[in-house]
Ligand binder design. Structure first.
Ligand SMILES: [Zn+2]
Length: 80
């Protein structure tokens, strides 16, 4: 059995992958361990309504330029 806090209940707006966001948990979210540049955080707030999964956050921590690339509008025919 998986840990309760490991149950995916959110979908990452960037990659579409399911993950669990700990923003509303008692314990600090795992994303607090990922340090992102201020410019990356600003780009994410501009481009996405919700939280991103840890995979994406780690990717952006390594490659900050990916944030602005990913924030560009793009159509996703499969969504909604
Ligand atoms: Zn993601």
């Amino acid at each position: 059995m998986a840990e309760p806090d490991a149950i995916p209940d959110t979908r990452c707006p960037r990659c579409g992958g399911e993950f669990h966001c700990g923003a509303n948990d008692a314990a600090p979210c795992a994303c607090t361990a990922v340090r992102l540049e201020a410019t990356v955080l600003a780009a994410l707030r501009e481009g996405y309504a919700g939280c991103l999964c840890l995979v994406c956050l780690r990717e952006l921590a390594i490659d900050p330029a990916a944030a602005t690339r990913a924030a560009l509008p793009r159509t996703s025919p499969g969504c909604d």
